[in-house]
Structure formats: structure tokens, C-alpha cells
Design a protein around this ligand. Structure first.
Ligand SMILES: Nc1ncnc2c1ncn2[C@@H]1O[C@H](COP(=O)(O)OP(=O)(O)OP(=O)(O)O)[C@@H](O)[C@H]1O
Ligand SMILES: [Mg+2]
Length: 321
């Protein structure tokens, strides 16, 4: 067995061992549950975001007496939003890792696809499970899918599910410390406004694209363990302004492809070169730009509560029009 396989096997075994709960309904995986090992240290940059999460989530858990003095309890919910591929899912896992909590990743699409009645019951079961497994982070990805459909029948169905979620979130306030709910969305402006009322997802956190230094780190992470010639990642980071983590991952994949093509031609393992990365970066465009264009529209024309001022500030600061 090669080193690489050994490594995979070890990682798999560790993953299996750390899978604490498993939740299944009608034979479908609605929610994946485990104890993530990633912590904030694995998330490159995003210092402001981490600080906000620390204040609202992590410190109350570690120093409950301090927060109790102000009438605050550990637990609650926050909403991560921003362009695709910039680390929302990654960050949510790291929060769980940071407080050594169980992590339940809800596949909202799977729940939404169910019959009326079944979806709400499942959602309720998930929150029950979380209470039994405190501390626990419930992660609801693509939250905007809830209540976002135009079809009349579906809208009615979604409405019921949104109401159920509201009930669960309100319940958290009364008797569920140490259960945390993190929602994520690319389109917070489509979110059902009831979900945004105080006590529900009232902490909104903008997750921006990685800065230059973070881009270097992410490239490094993604290249780790592959055959490399000597590389100047700082240079690539400079040329990939506005690229998301996922975009950078794609650049690495493209470069691997080029190196493998050469390998097949020469019959020897060919390392990934600076030129491979440079070429791949040139051929791709930052996928965050469309998001900023849309966000700017909402922030400028329909942002009554000034929720998205932070996005406008970010755009101004980083030279986005
Ligand atoms: N700050 C970061 N540090 C390290 N890796 C990152 C960072 N941001 C993104 N990544 C990497 O980029 C990839 C995409 O991140 P992730 O899936 O968390 O994005 P997302 O914001 O949830 O995207 P989407 O909106 O499409 O769901 C992941 O593989 C992650 O490892
Ligand atoms: Mg995601």
C-alpha cells in the first residue's frame, strides 16, 4: 500500500470514529452528522467574521457566568451570507470543531422534496436530536431555498416548513442553550422576512472573498501533497483578486490536469509548474463578480434596513464598481 493510501485509510478511519450520530428518515440521508476536526485555525483569514462568531457563540459557551450577568445564554443562531465558494460551509464546520460540538448538516433540498407533513416532522426530529446531543451545531445550507419557489402548491408547502423552522428557532430561545443554528445563503434578500426577526437569524455575517494572503494559503492547502516544481504562490495570489476559495481550488485542478497530460506524454511524473497555475488563472474568471453586481442592486435600491451596507463598503474598499 502506498503512503497516499495509508493516509486516506487513516483519515477514513478517523472520520468513521468521529461520526457520533447518524440520522436517517425513510432511507434517505437528510442530515449528516459528525464531529468536525477543523477549527478556526484551518480557515484562512476572515478575522472579522471569526471575531463576531467568537463573541456571539463561543465565549458565551466558555464563560457562561460572564454572559449570564448580562442576561445572555450560550446558544442562538446566525446567518452567513456572501458570494459562492468563499467558505461559509467550511466556516460552519469549523465553529463546531472550535467548541467540540456535534455538527448536523441539514440537506434542505432533500427535506423540501418530501410530502407535506413529513418535512415538518423531520425538521422537528432534527432539532430534538440536537437537544439530545448538546453542544450541537445545526447547519442549514441554502436557506434561501425555503420559501423561494414561485409555484403555488410549493409555496404553500414551503410556508408550512418555514413556520416549523420558526417554531424551532423560537423554542431554542426558551429552553435550549448550547444548541446553535447556523444558516447559509447566497441570496439573503430572498429569505423569508419572518426568519430575520429578532431572536431568529438576527446576526447576519458577510463572508467576503479571500484577501491576497488568504489566497496564497488556500492555494497552498489545495496543492499540498502533489508533485510541485518551485512555485511563487504569492504571484498567483496577486493575479487572482476577487477569486473565491472554490475558484482557487478549480485553478489547482486545471493545473493538475495540465501536469498529468505532460506525464502521459513523457511517461514520467511531471510536477505542477508556475506556468500551469498562471495559465489556469488566466483562463478563469472570478465567480464572485456576478454576485457583487446583484448584491449591489439590492443594497442600493431595496435595502430598507441597511443590512447590506457592509457589502457596499467592502466593494468600495476593494475597488469593485
Ligand atoms: N478562508 C478559507 N480558508 C481555507 N479554505 C477556504 C476558505 N474559503 C474557502 N475555502 C475552500 O474553498 C472551498 C469552498 O468553500 P465553501 O464550500 O465553504 O464555500 P461556500 O461559501 O459554502 O460556497 P457556496 O455558497 O457555494 O455554498 C472549500 O473547499 C474550502 O476548503
Ligand atoms: Mg456552502
Amino acid at each position: 500500500m502506498s503512503d497516499h493510501n495509508d493516509h486516506d485509510e487513516l483519515a477514513n478511519r478517523r472520520r468513521r470514529k468521529r461520526k457520533m450520530l447518524h440520522f436517517d428518515a425513510s432511507g434517505r440521508d437528510l442530515v449528516e452528522s459528525e464531529k468536525p476536526e477543523e477549527t478556526f485555525a484551518d480557515v484562512g483569514g476572515l478575522e472579522d467574521v471569526k471575531k463576531k462568531i467568537r463573541m456571539n457563540f463561543i465565549l458565551p459557551l466558555k464563560q457562561p457566568e460572564l454572559f449570564a450577568a448580562y442576561g445572555k445564554e450560550a446558544g442562538g443562531s446566525l446567518l452567513l451570507y456572501g458570494p459562492p465558494g468563499c467558505g461559509k460551509t467550511f466556516l460552519a464546520r469549523a465553529v463546531a470543531g472550535e467548541i467540540d460540538a456535534n455538527f448536523m448538516h441539514i440537506e434542505l433540498q432533500a427535506i423540501l422534496g418530501m410530502y407535506v407533513g413529513q418535512s415538518e416532522n423531520n425538521l422537528h426530529d432534527i432539532f430534538e436530536k440536537a437537544r439530545e446531543n448538546k453542544p450541537c451545531v445545526i447547519f442549514i445550507d441554502e436557506l434561501d431555498a425555503m420559501g423561494g419557489s414561485r409555484n403555488q402548491m410549493r409555496q404553500h408547502h414551503d410556508r408550512i416548513l418555514v413556520n416549523q423552522l420558526l417554531m424551532e428557532l423560537d423554542g431554542l430561545r426558551t429552553f435550549n442553550d448550547q444548541v446553535f443554528v447556523i444558516g447559509a445563503t447566497n441570496t439573503p434578500w430572498y429569505l423569508d422576512s419572518a426568519l430575520r426577526r429578532p431572536g431568529r437569524f438576527n446576526h447576519m455575517i458577510f463572508v467576503p472573498p479571500p484577501e491576497e494572503a488568504e489566497r496564497s494559503t488556500i492555494l497552498q492547502l489545495k496543492l499540498d501533497g502533489k508533485p510541485l516544481s518551485s512555485l511563487d504562490l504569492g504571484k498567483i495570489a496577486k493575479e487572482t483578486k476577487y477569486f473565491s476559495g472554490a475558484d482557487l481550488e478549480q485553478i489547482v485542478k486545471d493545473s493538475v490536469e495540465s501536469a498529468m497530460e505532460r506525464t502521459f506524454e513523457s511517461g514520467e511524473i511531471e510536477p505542477i509548474t508556475q506556468e500551469d497555475l498562471k495559465k489556469a488563472a488566466k483562463q478563469r474568471k472570478a465567480t464572485t463578480l456576478d454576485w457583487f453586481a446583484t448584491a449591489k442592486n439590492y443594497a442600493t435600491f431595496s435595502d430598507v434596513n441597511q443590512d447590506y451596507q457592509i457589502v457596499l463598503d467592502y466593494m468600495k474598499q476593494s475597488g469593485l464598481k
